[in-house]
Design a protein around this ligand. Sequence first.
Ligand code: BEZ
Ligand code: FE
Length: 302
Amino acid sequence: MRDLTEDNVTEAVLAKIDVTDNPRLKQILVSVITHLHAFARDVELTPDELFEAARFLTEVGKISDAKRHEFLLLSDTLGLTILVDAMQNRKPAAATESSVLGPFYRANAPEVENGDLIDRGDTGGDPTVVHGTVKDLDGTAIKGALLDIWQATQQGLYENIDAAQPDMNLRGRLRTDGNGEYKVRTVLPASYPIPDDGPAGQLLSLCNRHNMRPGHIHFIVSADGFKPVTTEVFVEGDDYLDSDAVFGVKESLVAAFVNSDSVEDAAKWGMPTPFHEMRFDFVLEPGEGDARPGFSAGSAGD
Ligand code: BEZ
Ligand code: FE
């Protein structure tokens, strides 16, 4: 293994990987090396560019800690997270589509009753009632399905990065009633920026990309005997639906947050006037699984 050339170095490195015991690790390394070498050849990578890549990844590591997951943010903004999510969640067309978990999920949100208000911080956002059903693929209501819900304020801040909000504000876990229905009172979600004070943000601006996400509410919906879904519901009409910085938007996940000043409807929902009403019906497919990828490894949340 001397006198390696640009023509035979890839083969020589792959031969070294061949003795790796773990078959999945071996498969991944073979693919990574093959693609990395092909990429270097494709762009005629220079030593300066290789050093710049190493410097960039070092910065990604330096800004990361238990709460700041810059590598995941990079993965989100390069579309890798949503690609992996899509491959992991191939499902029947009728089932609710998945989307990114994001870094702001916290486990153990307060348990709330149907109809409760989750804006415990009185954040001044437009009052909004969010309701709908959880059903199976045949349209049968799922009683006692768990909805884990979290969102940012109308100012675009999650409570865990905003000292002005009480702990666990705009978060709650509730169960569907006997008819498979859920209802929660909250505020209108608005578009907000993802963190841009690190290397992932620098890369966005080098590519003339913004760091905005369209307004959305996150949901993890689960029930015994069904595959849980981690998803988001987006505000119809939001300016950033077609340019989400993390590529999370799917047409089936866009919903109208209808503005109403009907006193009768407000009374029906226990809302003040005016208010917004958003209906979203979830459909779960049979199965099982973990709806929070990487969560057990401590890559997101608390
Ligand atoms: C979020 O929606 O909370 C989010 C998702 C990906 C990256 C940053 C934020
Ligand atoms: Fe979010």
